[in-house]
Design a protein around this ligand. Structure first.
Ligand SMILES: Nc1nc2c(ncn2[C@@H]2O[C@H](COP(=O)(O)OP(=O)(O)O)[C@@H](O)[C@H]2O)c(=O)[nH]1
Ligand SMILES: [Mg+2]
Length: 210
């Protein structure tokens, strides 16, 4: 692709043009020279914006938690990007967000933009691809950008480690906690959420975490 088209796409991203953004996210996810050129074009040292990683075992309640965070951030007038590295559990958007999510293909006005990462074909690995996708979202004005990832493998730990703030979600009785700790994921959690407090085994989980 000629440099000019990359510049055009970067312009569309900054204006949060929906089709331009979708195109840019695909380029960013695929990686390689085009992604590098796009990110170079979008680079803005003055831009603020944060990334929030949410990780933990499958079924821990990460998407449910993110849904609630989306509601709160929306009420505060923020536009939020979500990169679902684990697309296995979709975001419901909650009762309030449901309509807004369905309106996504209109404009950035809905305030929440969700992108699922493909599971393969990332030049340079999943972490790089996710970082690039998050960067494009930030350039389109989404703040924060949430990265949801299943914290069970090295690649996922790397993704979580990209974030400015990482939330580790654990649940009692799943048996995955020990595995998660082995994978070194305990160290990357800035915040540890003990979820599903209505389930038995919270005390054991809490002392295991402590
Ligand atoms: N009992 C209970 N279930 C929950 C809680 N939070 C989420 N869930 C349920 O757990 C299941 C998995 O949640 P999900 O958010 O998709 O988990 P994820 O795979 O970590 O994203 C869903 O059926 C949720 O409704 C909780 O606090 N208590
Ligand atoms: Mg999920």
């Amino acid at each position: 692709m000629p440099v000019q088209s990359i510049e055009n796409i970067a312009d569309l991203v900054r204006r949060c043009d929906q089709r331009g953004l979708a195109r840019a996210l695909t380029i960013a996810e695929n990686g390689g020279a085009q992604a590098a050129a796009l990110l170079h074009s979008l680079f803005d040292p003055g831009r603020g914006g944060r990334t929030v990683g949410v990780t933990g075992p499958p079924g821990a309640g990460k998407s449910t938690l993110v849904d609630r965070l989306l509601l709160r951030w929306r009420k505060a007038g923020r536009r939020i990007g979500v990169v679902a590295v684990d697309p296995s559990s979709p975001f419901s958007g909650g009762a309030l967000l449901g309509d807004r999510l369905r309106m996504q293909d209109h404009a950035c006005d809905p305030g929440v933009f969700i992108r699922s990462m493909g599971s393969r074909g990332h030049v340079g690995g999943l972490a790089d691809a996710t970082a690039q996708v998050a960067e494009v979202m930030a350039a389109a004005g989404f703040d924060p950008v949430v990265l949801e990832t299943v914290g069970v493998g090295q690649g996922e730990v790397e993704v979580a480690a990209l974030a400015d703030v990482t939330v580790l979600v654990l649940v009692p009785g799943l048996g995955d906690e020990v595995q998660a700790m082995k994978a070194g994921i305990m160290e990357i959690g800035d915040l540890i959420v003990l979820n599903k407090a209505d389930n038995p085994g919270m005390d054991q989980l809490e002392s295991a975490v402590r």
